[in-house]
Ligand binder design. Structure first.
Ligand code: ZN
Length: 282
């Protein structure tokens, strides 16, 4: 039995301009007419603004220290940043106060970030009738036991789910030629030329910063967050289904933009809530 959440909250208004969060809201509303769906400001500001003003400065300090502490400093080590420098904490503090400030390309441990975010959610909304989907322009990474290193991630699903717009660009791999070009030009200190040459050759086959396809691609990520919430499983094996877990940019573009169908048969049934009919039939 799938329990459709009564409330779905999308965070990032005022900070995230691409994807268009209002369009994502309309897309979800059409699929899930019984749920109340809203777009809220950036996640941290939304909940901090509910704190009483006496405590708010202490809360910001504490949060800044926690966030600085979960930076990934070395991809090959699971140890994070337990004793952050003052400048690192100060950067987080400024980012909390002005969430639209440009990010500096630091990676955060995705599961630790989820834990910190979970603790911020008001108690009344820490229930399964609420799905929280946080958009961030910061980079996240997850530790991989198999090869003992951190990998960039575009999303992490749970309570809340976090979708990184920078991660959508950086995490799914580009065609192999990109990495070869980068290496070749990198030796001459001209990685910029590698990117330029690659763009010419592979135009349209990967998602870039300010890409007009970002909203369409994010529909899939939002739905993966939703499926994690209702079924515990965000992904699908079908390469043409929006729930396909793309490891390559080309797979991402295929599943979200080029596939002739939106969902595989199984997920189409769930999303159209025909599963209720199936259950009663049994
Ligand atoms: Zn599917």
């Amino acid at each position: 039995m799938y329990n459709i959440p009564s409330f779905i909250h999308i965070y990032g208004k005022g900070v995230i301009t691409n994807p268009d969060l209002e369009k994502l809201l309309l897309y979800l509303k059409a699929l899930l007419p019984e749920s109340t769906i809203d777009v809220r400001t950036d996640f941290i500001s939304y909940f901090l603004n509910q704190s009483d003003s006496e405590k708010i400065n202490d809360e910001i300090d504490l949060l800044a220290e926690k966030l600085a502490g979960i930076r990934v400093l070395d991809y090959s080590k699971q140890k994070l940043n337990p004793d952050p420098l003052y400048a690192e904490i100060d950067y987080e503090r400024r980012k909390i106060l002005n969430p639209a400030t440009k990010s500096i390309g630091v990676f955060y441990d995705s599961f630790e970030l989820q834990n910190i975010f979970y603790a911020i959610i008001s108690k009344g909304e820490r229930t399964f009738s609420h799905t929280h989907i946080v958009f961030t322009n910061q980079l996240i990474a997850a530790w991989d036991e198999d090869d003992s290193r951190y990998h960039a991630r575009s999303s992490v699903y749970g309570f809340p789910s976090i979708i990184s717009t920078a991660g959508i660009i950086e995490a799914p791999a580009k065609p192999r030629e990109f990495y070869l070009l980068k290496q070749q030009y990198g030796m001459m200190g001209r990685e910029d030329l590698a990117v330029a040459e690659f763009k010419k050759k592979f135009e349209g086959r990967f998602i870039e910063y300010n890409d007009p396809r970002m909203t369409e691609v994010c529909k899939g990520y939002v739905l993966q967050a939703f499926f994690f919430h209702i079924a515990g499983e965000p992904f699908c094996e079908d390469k043409g289904c929006r729930l396909f877990n793309a490891h390559w940019q080309e797979e991402l573009i295929y599943s979200q933009l080029e596939s002739p169908y939106e969902f595989c048969e199984k997920h189409a049934m769930i999303i159209e809530r025909k599963f209720q009919a199936l259950i009663t039939k049994q």
